[in-house]
Design a protein around this ligand. Structure first.
Ligand code: ADP
Ligand code: MG
Length: 559
């Protein structure tokens, strides 16, 4: 690192704006602090420049207990970046990504294995009349950033009890999730959890006297032992086929959404701190209009009127049922072992076909085989569990291992009663014996091109769209994405799949994702994605990366 950033900025005062670029590189700010100007902004109206401020472990001074493991480092970084964002609020030139209710590995703050802390943020470099304002630039990059970081670190030190709570909460959630397979569970909802959110656009917990804390039914009550909280009771959602039933507005979708979000760790006070789903849980939904590239769908779709081969099916405009069938097969291909489906967003004709419709429309005239006929085999033969919200049709009572009834936001075990009801035959005939499994595909890496006008272009538009080279990938139906920066992380990960040669035209998508997952595990994941581009991002899961690949309209699968 060089010394004398202040002097250098003084010297450049009044120089053309473009000369900020000459400052790129590392600068010593004294006392164990290094500022790196990663990228200067091209002109005053371009996206902000990127800087990284690193504070030595000794200078940061946290109790080594707080950064002893990768999970604790992620949590400590999550705490610090929230403090820093609070401190940065009054300063419009700083752009710091603090994240939402989830605690993810993020580029905006990382804690090293040596206890060092690095903050990465955007800084709008001042440029009145397209000239360098040396004094203001120094204020922002020197004393301003130093104060910001010092205050964040001091908050971390002063609020020792809160830092510890934050770190221990995240550690417990991660431990809970990791314990699920050993307990034969796909999900867990702790007693006392608060599931409803403030609104569809506000992920913070709902407030007020009307919020009913979660309380597990005795039959499904499980006790788990967490590293910090000790023994915790709650509802275990077992492997197999689980049905969530109950009247409208009784809290079915809210429970399922909590499980969806249970693949992430949450901040203290979120209400879902001890709600966990297995890491290989994927939410599915219908998504008409999406593209499908060479997926074997014949388990769900066969004998199309046009005669298309559904063992190798492509379309630029999938129907609701076809899109959901494709998403299911793709999720299993990517490695999902738990599927979540809500009737509110599912394609009815893919879910059910009742006795009367079977009587009216001959099987030869119906290309669709409903999921109700393969959901058991998915678990029995392929180890894929399903949790399904279904208040509108009883056909799933025949195939469910467990039935959870929501009644005024309180779950009850309705399995025995459901068996009695299902004992009365409906005359419905099963339309499939088993789920045949998925066909693994080999994507063509050349079709995953992130360049636009000669440069790598990867950006997010909220959680809805990923801009990838010349393409815009519609991710609105990929519901477990947490925020815009995570969508950017997905784009960078797709690029990494190609750059590192994981997708080489020979490997299957699942094999390439195995390699990517190893790259992205732990805090090194941030470094791996930074090697593609320095940006605000959160490290994604393999399932969302696969979802983006599958929705890229340029994707080609090799024969
Ligand atoms: P369903 O899917 O059964 O129709 P929802 O899950 O959509 O019901 O819930 C209906 C409404 O009840 C939503 O506005 C939701 O926020 C609210 N709600 C859900 N769970 C609770 C709870 N435990 N306490 C208070 N309100 C809740
Ligand atoms: Mg619902």
């Amino acid at each position: 690192p060089r010394d004398g950033l202040e002097r250098e900025l003084e010297r450049l005062d009044g120089a053309p704006y473009g000369r900020y670029r000459g400052l790129a590189g590392a600068w010593r700010l004294g006392a164990g602090r290094t500022l790196r100007l990663v990228r200067a902004q091209a002109d005053p109206f371009a996206p902000p420049g990127r800087v990284a401020l690193r504070i030595d472990g000794r200078e940061a001074g946290f109790d080594p207990e707080l950064w002893a493991t990768p999970v604790r480092r992620r949590a400590l970084a999550g705490y610090l970046v929230r403090c820093a964002a609070r401190e940065a609020r009054g300063e419009r030139a700083y752009h710091l990504d603090a994240g939402g209710q989830e605690v993810l590995d993020r580029s905006s703050c990382t804690v090293g294995a040596d206890g060092s802390v690095t903050l990465r943020l955007g800084v709008s470099l001042p440029g009145p009349r397209r000239r360098i304002d040396g004094r203001e630039a120094w204020r922002l990059l020197g004393p301003g950033l130093t104060r910001l970081a010092d205050r964040a670190l001091r908050a971390g030190a002063l609020e020792a009890a809160r830092v510890r709570e934050f770190v221990e909460t995240v550690e417990d959630a991660a431990a809970l999730r990791a314990a699920l397979p050993g307990l034969g569970l796909v999900g867990f909802v702790a007693d006392g959890a608060l599931l409803p959110r403030r609104s569809g656009a506000d992920d913070r917990p709902a407030r007020g006297a009307g919020v009913v804390p979660f309380r597990s039914p005795e039959e499904l009550r499980v006790t788990v032992t967490l590293p910090n909280a000790g023994e915790v009771t709650g509802m275990g959602v077992p492997e197999g086929v689980t049905l969530i039933v109950g009247g409208g507005f009784h809290g079915k979708s809210t429970l399922l959404r909590a499980l969806e979000a249970g693949v992430w760790d949450h901040v203290p006070g979120d209400g879902r701190e001890r709600v966990a789903a297995r890491a290989d849980t994927v939410k599915l939904r219908a998504e008409d209009g999406r593209r499908v590239e060479r997926v074997d769908l014949h388990a769900f779709v066969d004998h199309l009127p046009g005669g298309a081969d559904t063992t190798d099916f492509s379309t630029d405009n999938a129907s609701g049922s076809t899109s959901q069938a494709a998403s299911l097969c793709e999720a299993v291909e990517a490695g999902a072992r738990v599927l979540l489906i809500d009737e509110d967003t599912a394609a009815t004709n893919l879910m059910i076909r009742d006795a009367r419709m079977q009587a009216l429309v001959a099987k030869e005239r119906e290309p669709l085989t409903p999921l109700v006929d393969s959901v058991r085999s998915l678990h029995r033969d392929h180890g894929v569990s399903t949790v399904l919200v279904m208040g509108g049709s009883g056909d799933y009572l025949d195939v469910a291992d467990r039935v959870i009834m929501m009644d005024a936001y309180r779950p009850a075990d309705a399995t025995a009663r459901a068996r009695e009801v299902a004992a009365v035959p409906t005359g419905r005939r099963a339309e499939a014996e088993s789920f045949p499994g998925v066909v693994h595909r080999r994507p063509d890496p050349a079709s995953l091109d992130a360049t636009a006008r000669g440069r790598t272009r990867i950006r997010s538009r909220g959680t809805d769209y990923l801009v990838f080279g010349e393409h815009e990938v519609d991710l609105r139906a990929v519901e477990q994405l947490t925020d815009g920066p995570q969508v950017t992380g997905v784009g960078l990960a797709v690029e990494l799949l190609v750059r590192r040669g994981h997708l080489d035209g020979r490997r299957t998508l699942a094999e390439a994702l195995d390699l990517l997952e190893a790259d992205l595990a732990g805090p090194e994941g941030v470094a791996a994605l930074l090697s593609v581009h320095d940006e605000d991002f959160a490290v994604p899961r393999r399932y969302e990366v696969a979802a983006a690949v599958n929705r890229l309209r340029a994707l080609r699968v090799l024969r």
